[in-house]
Design a protein. Sequence first.
Length: 456
Amino acid sequence: MPDRSVRDIWEEALSRLRKQMSAAAYNMWLAGTAGVSLTDREFTVSVPSEYTQHWIQGSLLPIMERTVSDVLKRPVTVVLEVASGVPIEQPVEPATPELVVERPARSGPSFVIGARPDPQLTFDSFVNGDNTKLAYAAATKVANDHNGDYNPLVLYGPPGLGKTHLLHAIANEAHGHGRTTLLATSEQFVHDFVTSVQKKTTAGFRERYRSPDILMIDDVQFICGKAKSEEALLHTCGALLRAGQQIVVSADRAPDALDFRNPRLAARLRAGLPVDVRPPNRRTRLHILAFKAARYDLETPDDVLAYLANRQFSSINQLKGDLTRVIAHATLLDQPLTLELARQALSATSTNPDPVPLTIEAIIRTTAAYRQLTPADITGRSRARPSAEARHLAVFLASRHTNHSLAYIGKAFGNRDHTTVMHSIRRMERALSTDAKLRADAEAIIQIASSTFTGQ
């Protein structure tokens, strides 16, 4: 296809993307991009820096792919490449005066681009027990009210108890009321801040983090000890509070126990509403398991649920993972789900000392069962998010746990080419480096496949 046609396609896509995001966000992330090439399945876009590439891949890529696919009237994958010859500026000390930021005029959809919450993590899908009653009540009030009574709201407790779920639920609920949100991990906050200093784009950083109605930072404890990032978060909180905007953070311990180098930041968090999220009791664990089990076609007997609820508890993700392993085991073996099978399934996945090469078919079947899909969903051409994400994961696992070439793997996944396989692998490598739940899913799929298809 002539270069001009590629440029025309990208210009039309940009005009559509411009209507879906603020002018500041568009100018920061898309103004310096260009259409480069088009194949049957991929549209390549040039971006000015590795930072822009990383941010778009983690935040904006799904929207870009949908938009370009709409322009072309056929599904394509957007591939980002960094333009050569881009100078790298040296870090400088930022000037971070505590200023009141004028809130920008709002247009377009009621969410901050790049901060879409998981649509499955809502208040309706949260099993509220005695351990989370106060946290749940405070989160729902923050999502529905503009009064700022609990500001900042600090949800704290050990990992894996539902704090992140509540942050996503706040964002989903707030969007329904036309409010903007930005949900970021502490790692993303620090990365964005440091990069903005290096690239001399601190004004864009302030625009991004001070414009939403509700700013949420997950796992704020990882900012502790990073003096400049602490200062940036302190000034961000100050600007938001003065503008009447809401702040919600999660942490693994109470604000008083966080090792901030800046005492003013700890004091700022203590001044709001700290809420303790505790591990669920047995009754709540049973409710969580029953709620999760209802999503499957396979009936889960009460004695199996009781067995899972009585096992040693470490996190809700572990609880859900145990249930998924048991159901996947029964589905793959085409056996009724019994207490004995549940015990065997969890025993089998607890030990696998010598990794055994798997077949691609085993990985596809196990991934499909684990994600409640069919093998055809994974090897087919559907671009629906559940199918596409499962396909990327299965391709990655096949590249790591089989002895086949990338060309052979591509053929097994619906005759996809080498470039498409590499794209899936790189996408999963980036996601697995930051997503603990995805890493746990990947490990569980390999454990189940190994125990089911290799006799271990």
